[in-house]
Design a protein around this ligand. Structure first.
Ligand code: UGA
Length: 443
């Protein structure tokens, strides 16, 4: 089976490469000609473990092709995955213009040479998008009864683990309206042993949003508990560990600290709240999830203030710029707000990240002004009055000799924004160590 993919962004590139690895011949349409050309030469355009190797292998055995026109892909494939972007608009709703434009291109090509096409939406889209696409197909078809069907197949990939998540999914969800569409889409996943949930398109769309919103809510919930622990001298890590043993709760996504960032949780929460409003439903739980998350940077900076009192003119290192390790993605990273708050306090900031510096400078031009950047953590710590760890990169956790780091710093003061370091060890070697969800007095 030949498979088409529209969009070689994060989701599209991983989907296309992994489907090629599964043995399918995959044709990708990427409108950015430079990007399409780079990818054709095996130059990866995103940072994702294992992806470059898979990309190059599948290019060399001619199972993967990148094209710069939609016709080149549409004409020779029956099934086309839509993986274009759906960024947030200022009111929180998703901007659907890239999806609309992809459908316009597709209908134009099918109208010239009609043959069956199953359009599979993989981008994260608001509930009801499949129905909108069916309508747009009709509008652009101008009375022609074109054989185009629409399905939903949400992705559950985590950045930094996307290849593994694609190849070994915990579940596959397909939302289709006809048996033809269901059978064709099931064929794509015939070699996967994961549970396959087959449903209608709108239910599939809801599953994606509900999953992300639930995970984000779990994080904000534990951060709320963390604030209580701070207030009454409890220990949130122990609370989370004990809660996690209850199989109904589960141990994952109970890591308190700097909160969630990235291109998915914040955007999807806003979009779901917006969808709720459109249907006169009040998703207050999600508004609270967003609000709690927005308070995390200030909570971390306040923790540092508890140790340093005055931040003005203090040299502070911020460890980590990406929203999580193993990615170069800095979208909605808590570090941006933390740096902004430190600058407001008059602190002199050095930010360090093994791979995220360039993306951060490009996305947060204003925040980047007047601060120093480093890629090496030891250099970043020299002469510092304090440090806040935001992203738990191995470079800052497993690999860093904190005894050596202590000697580099002016004051051995550390706020661990992910509670990921060994508190006892740090205290033993002379650090004043603080983390959220555990009062400094008891630290
Ligand atoms: C998330 C979902 O986990 C994927 O299933 C989904 O496919 C993806 O969004 C998407 O919609 O495309 P991702 O944003 O890559 O994946 O990252 P996560 O690993 O889920 O982490 C999100 C954020 O939550 C990170 O900033 C992380 O530091 C934070 N987090 C995670 C916590 O603060 N505490 C935790 O316990 C877990």
């Amino acid at each position: 089976m030949k498979i088409g993919v529209f969009g070689a962004g994060y989701v599209g590139l991983v989907t296309a490469t992994c489907l090629a690895e599964q043995g399918f011949e995959v044709w990708v349409y990427e409108q950015d000609a430079t990007k399409a050309e780079k990818l054709s030469r095996g130059i990866n355009t995103i940072y994702e473990p294992q992806l470059t190797e898979l990309l190059q292998r599948n290019l060399s055995c001619l199972r993967l092709h990148f094209e710069n026109t939609p016709e080149a892909v549409t004409n020779q494939t029956d099934i086309i995955f839509l993986c274009v972007g759906t960024p947030s608009r200022p009111d929180g709703s998703a901007d659907m213009s890239q999806i609309e434009s992809a459908i316009h291109d597709l209908v134009g090509t099918v109208a010239l040479s009609p043959s069956y096409k199953l359009v599979v939406v993989k981008s994260t889209v608001p509930v009801g998008t499949s129905k909108w696409i069916e309508r747009i197909v009709k509008l652009y078809s101008k009375g022609l009864d074109l054989p185009i069907e629409v399905a939903s197949n949400p992705e559950f990939l985590r950045e930094g683990a996307a290849v593994k998540d694609f190849m070994e999914p915990e579940r596959i969800v397909i939302g289709t309206s006809t048996a033809t569409a269901r059978d064709l889409l099931s064929l794509v996943y015939r070699d996967f042993s994961s549970p396959l949930i087959s449903t209608d398109p709108q239910t599939a769309e809801i599953i994606k949003y509900a999953s992300n919103a639930f995970l984000a809510t779990k994080i904000s919930f534990i951060n709320m508990v963390s604030d209580l622990c701070d207030a009454v001298d409890g220990d949130v890590s122990t609370v989370a560990e004990a809660m996690g043993y209850d199989a109904r709760i589960g141990k994952y996504f109970l890591q308190s600290g700097a909160g969630f960032g990235g291109s998915c949780f914040p955007k999807d929460l806003r979009a779901l709240v917006h969808v709720g409003e459109q249907h006169n439903l009040d998703f207050g739980i999600l508004r609270s999830t967003i609000e709690i998350n927005q308070g995390r940077p200030l909570a971390l900076v306040s923790k540092l203030k508890e140790l340093l009192w005055v931040l003005k003119d203090k040299e502070i290192a911020v460890l980590g710029l990406t929203f999580k390790p193993e990615t170069d993605d800095v979208r909605e990273t808590p570090s941006a707000k933390i740096i902004e708050l430190l600058k407001e306090e008059g602190a002199v900031v050095t930010a360090v990240d093994p791979i995220g510096v360039r993306n951060f400078q490009a996305l947060y031009y204003g925040v980047s002004q007047g601060i120093r950047f480093e890629e090496n953590v030891e250099r970043a710590l020299v002469g510092k009055h304090g440090a806040i760890l935001v992203t738990p990169w191995a470079e800052f956790t497993r690999d860093l000799d904190w005894s050596k780091a202590k000697n580099l710093m002016e004051f051995p003061i550390l706020v661990d924004g992910r509670s990921c370091l060994d508190r006892d060890h740090l205290k033993n070697i002379g650090f004043e160590y603080a983390t959220l969800g555990r009062r400094i007095r008891g630290a």
